[in-house]
Design a protein around this ligand. Structure first.
Ligand code: PEP
Ligand code: MG
Length: 465
């Protein structure tokens, strides 16, 4: 604060008084004593500071005098400033973890996870979150164990605790007894042995014992995911979420950058077909460089294809880049969150116009490139037969289909138990989609996390998906 005051020359008397008041507040003995007591109680300095600042903010806010009540904002500001210093946010630190680290946080956005990922990040525990949130999906593809929706997390875990994070059962053990550690060492070895054993199955065709063959695809978001898809024996990339590479940037990638990226994905996929989905932002994935309206319900708002169609230049650039990349490997284009025939018509028109432009300029691309839609908004289901006239294939986005059908936020821990792929309405809806697609002989795949659960796979395959 002193530095800021010194740098800001010519400040008014009033401003000077405010700064002095801030410094006086920070020099206050009882403030320090409160924070110290919490640190002695083994809270981290950052968390202790935050708690005490909030106590003061609440006291000031509750004051009848409007002048004093408004001082709560000053206290908040001071708190933030000190917190920033404590966390080194003002110092361009690269946040490198010097040893194996488990991240414990209230919540974490997919962008934060991308920014913070590093080899020493060994696990994540969040107080909030939902099973199909994009943070969880991304943690899976980075092979980082994650446990979400942990109650009482901050009362039970302290900085420098030793933690076991079991992403399979959803248990977190702070400072476990030696028996538990030994048990987990044993389980780890067992899991490794089981994985080794499954390696023998990996290259066998995915065919049931009565001869029904299943195409096994993988979802990817980052280039590095392709290696995992190959390692685990996927035969195609069923969904490439292109918004993930968009998230870490400072501006929309140019056409050339996108062509380069998609071409690299195709090359790395070594002959596997790749379904490239146009960017699906909004919902829980926000681009730092795009101005979003303040929305009460972002999942019901300016998201996905709606946003793409409104940003036509950006959308056209992406379509052109995908078309150009299609000259280098088997590519399909997939459009997310389609709700109406009108949207499909607009999308198909854009693709055709871009193809014409490429033709005029004699640029190579796959003229027969397949176009598909994600069926993930329930409104698409009753009109699916008519939608299929315009497209070549369907991906069922179970994550969103379930959230919109059951009115259960996919990221909300409070209702996570209601996010149920085996709800009769989900089963009936998927069944309806499968039978329409089979009737019109349009290829279909079941996408989303529900397709990664063994029991569900039996059901979907039994339906003829
Ligand atoms: C889905 O909704 O099921 C899906 C695969 O897409 P995303 O998770 O990216 O919304
Ligand atoms: Mg979706």
């Amino acid at each position: 604060i002193r530095q800021v005051a010194e740098q800001a020359r010519g400040i008014s008397k009033q401003e000077k008084a405010i700064i002095e008041a801030h410094l006086m507040f920070l020099a206050d003995k009882s403030l320090k004593a409160k924070i110290s007591a919490k640190i002695n109680d083994r809270l981290s300095a950052e968390y202790a500071l935050k708690q005490v600042i909030f106590e003061y903010v609440d006291i000031f806010k509750a004051m009848d005098d409007p002048y004093l009540s408004e001082r709560s904002a000053d206290i908040m500001d001071m708190g933030r400033r000190v917190l920033g210093n404590l966390m080194g946010i003002n110092e361009d630190s690269d946040q490198a973890f010097t040893r194996d680290t488990i991240l414990v946080a209230s919540d974490l956005s997919p962008v934060d996870l991308l920014a913070i990922r590093q080899p020493n990040l060994k696990g994540i525990v969040l107080a909030k979150g939902g099973r199909t949130s994009h943070t969880v999906i991304m943690a899976k593809s980075l092979e980082i164990p994650i446990v979400i929706g942990v109650e009482g997390l901050f009362h039970n875990v302290r900085a420098n605790d030793y933690l076991i994070v079991d992403g399979v059962s959803g248990f977190v053990y702070p400072n476990p007894k030696s028996e538990i550690r030994e048990e987990y060492d044993r389980r780890r070895q067992e899991t490794n042995r089981a994985l080794k054993k499954m390696e023998g199955l990996r290259d066998l065709p995915a065919v049931t014992s009565d001869g029904f063959s299943v195409r096994l695809g993988a979802n990817i978001g980052l280039l590095s995911d392709i290696m995992l898809a190959q390692q685990y024996g996927a035969d195609h990339i069923g969904l490439y979420r292109t918004e993930f590479p968009f998230l870490l940037r400072k501006s929309f990638p140019t056409e050339e950058e996108q062509v380069d990226l998609y071409t690299r994905v195709l090359e790395k996929s070594r002959g596997m077909s790749v379904t490239i989905r146009t960017f699906d932002v909004g919902g829980d994935k926000f681009l730092s460089y795009l101005d979003y309206p303040k929305e009460d319900n972002p999942f019901l708002g300016w998201r996905s294809i709606r946003l793409s169609l409104d940003l036509e230049d950006v959308f056209r650039t992406q379509i052109r880049a995908i078309l150009r990349a299609s000259a280098y490997g088997k590519t399909k284009i997939l459009f997310p969150m389609i709700t109406s025939i009108d949207e499909i018509r607009r999308v198909v028109k854009l693709v055709n116009e871009e193809k014409e432009i490429l033709d005029k300029n004699a640029v190579k691309y796959d003229r027969d490139i397949a176009l598909g839609i994600m069926v993930e908004v329930p409104a698409a289901v009753p009109i699916l037969d008519r939608m299929l006239r315009y497209v070549d294939f369907v991906n069922v986005g179970t994550n969103d289909l379930m959230q919109y059908l059951l009115a259960v936020d996919r990221n909300n821990k409070k209702v996570a138990a209601r996010f149920d792929a085996l709800h009769p309405s989900v089963i009936a809806t998927v069944d309806q989609i499968v039978s329409v697609c089979n009737r019109f002989e349009k290829p279909l795949c079941i996408c989303g996390e529900a397709a990664a659960v063994k029991e569900n796979i039996f059901l979907f395959v039994g339906m003829g998906a």
